[in-house]
Ligand binder design. Structure first.
Ligand code: NDP
Length: 323
């Protein structure tokens, strides 16, 4: 229960730190004498219970965004769930003892760091966190923020609305598994189609897909019936353009390769507002976390967890728990 009683906070903590760019297995180190971050007026200090991994962790660690990145050494990680142990003087919504979750970096690529989630404590802006839905464990909660805010934001930006059809490219991944559920159970899609390899087709249907397409066997762009919206999570927006109706939207979250209109790139901005908006759907279990079956990985096995994510074959989200 939330309380104003101060909690004893150590001065040093364990955290996964990288001091140079490279692959997680080469550059990421578990350090035990990292300073516990100070909170500024707008931040809360979270005692981290769980975190989840995202492909952006690997990309930013590889140095792909050096131009806009904040300096190393730094603590890795975006998604967090845990308990508030300290609040800044201007924090309004949270108290010590609150169970919260969020993507701690408002802008994923633009000077994102300060404090990462793969640590025992994280200092986080109030505006990017939300109270954890009571029906979620910490591990489940940590799986959601960056992926669900991306899924929801991309659907909104594409103008997706009730009664429309959608094709989700990569329906079994961290983001795609949430796009499928949101489209079907929150936005009220008339038809949801999604792609995956053969072993994950059943999962797509469980999540709400009316049509599960094996991308190794079927060419979705040749299907005669086109879609109002295509949501690309794998970098196939060119093929997506051929699967969309005239005047429809193709939203891709994968930059790096050329994106040709009507396809456009969506980049997530972290905000607790989306998490709050989705809370009723999470509590009604219309929107469920999808945790990769190899997860959760304990904190000390974070490198192994990154290796699994790097295969590009994870199902749903790779979670680190307990921390
Ligand atoms: P994941 O690592 O969770 O995606 C893995 C999944 O992708 C697997 O289940 C795999 O299924 C599936 N997959 C791989 N290739 C294909 C394919 N050709 N067709 C269909 N499915 C495929 O990644 P995320 O969902 O977390 O992220 C996806 C991408 O989006 C990443 O590049 C990430 O960096 C980016 N991203 C961008 C954001 C933004 O704001 N722009 C925010 C979040 C993510 P299978 O094993 O069946 O192939």
């Amino acid at each position: 229960m939330a309380t104003s009683t101060p909690v004893r906070i150590p001065s040093k903590m364990k955290a996964w730190v990288y001091g140079q760019y490279g692959k997680p297995e080469d550059v990421l180190r578990l350090e035990s004498e990292v300073d516990v971050p100070e909170v500024n007026d707008e931040q809360v200090l979270i005692k981290v219970a769980a975190a989840s991994l995202n492909p952006v962790d690997i990309k930013i660690m590889a140095g792909l965004f050096k131009a806009t990145d904040s300096p190393v050494p730094t603590v890795a990680g975006y998604d967090v769930a845990g308990v508030v142990v300290k609040v800044g003087s201007k924090v309004k919504e949270f108290n010590v003892g609150d169970e919260v979750y969020g993507d701690i970096h408002e802008h994923a690529l633009n000077n994102p760091k300060g404090s990462g989630s793969l640590s025992e404590y994280a200092a986080v802006e109030e505006k990017v966190v939300a109270l954890k839905p009571k029906n979620l464990s910490f591990a489940e909660a940590a799986s959601l923020p960056l992926a669900v805010e991306t899924a929801y934001g991309g659907l909104e930006r594409a103008g997706f609305s009730a009664g429309q059809s959608i094709l989700v490219l990569g329906g079994a991944g961290g983001v795609g598994s949430l796009v499928v559920q949101l489209a079907k159970h929150v936005f009220g899609a008339s038809k949801v189609a999604a792609t995956s390899s053969a072993g994950k087709l059943e999962l797509l249907q469980v999540l709400g897909a009316d049509l599960a397409i094996d991308y190794k066997k079927d060419k979705y762009e040749d299907m005669p019936k086109k879609f109002d919206v295509v949501y690309d999570t794998v970098g196939e927006s060119g093929r997506g353009n051929k699967a969309v109706k005239e005047g429809g939207s193709v939203v891709t979250i994968v930059g790096g390769t050329p994106v040709v209109p009507p396809a456009f790139v969506f980049e997530v901005t972290s905000t607790g507002t989306v998490l709050n908006r989705l809370k009723p759907f999470i509590e009604e279990e219309k929107l469920k976390p999808v945790i990769d079956p190899k997860s959760p990985f304990p904190f000390s096995h974070t490198i192994e967890a990154f290796s699994h994510l790097q295969t590009g074959r994870a199902t749903g989200k790779v979670v680190i728990y307990p921390i």
